[in-house]
Design a protein. Sequence first.
Length: 134
Amino acid sequence: MTNDLLFVYGTLLIADNEFARYLTGNSTFYCPGKIKGKLYDVGHYPALVIEEENNYDISGTVYRLHDADAVLKYLDPYEGYGEGEELPYLFVREALPIETEQGVILCWIYLYNRSVEGLYLIESGDYLDYLKTK
């Protein structure tokens, strides 16, 4: 069985995004969460990378997917990941531990897979708050 939890931290949290609407229509809110990493502004979306040191808390939301295989198959191309996508993939999907109030849980997460050189670091780790100031 595929892990049915997905941690999102960027454009999939924006209500008027068609993929976010698909996600919320095919999942259930599980809980807020966070992961240690660095969040960068790529322009129209954020890039999360996990480095060896100096990571920040990256805020997001955990969703329980109704049909994990189908939902992930739908979201992968949006994230530039998977069969038929340009290599190297824009994002990679990994199962990583996410910190929540209920404890640490394993969730799928999309991580940026390209260079972050020259990108603006979002030190707050909260993409939605950052958008309000942009």
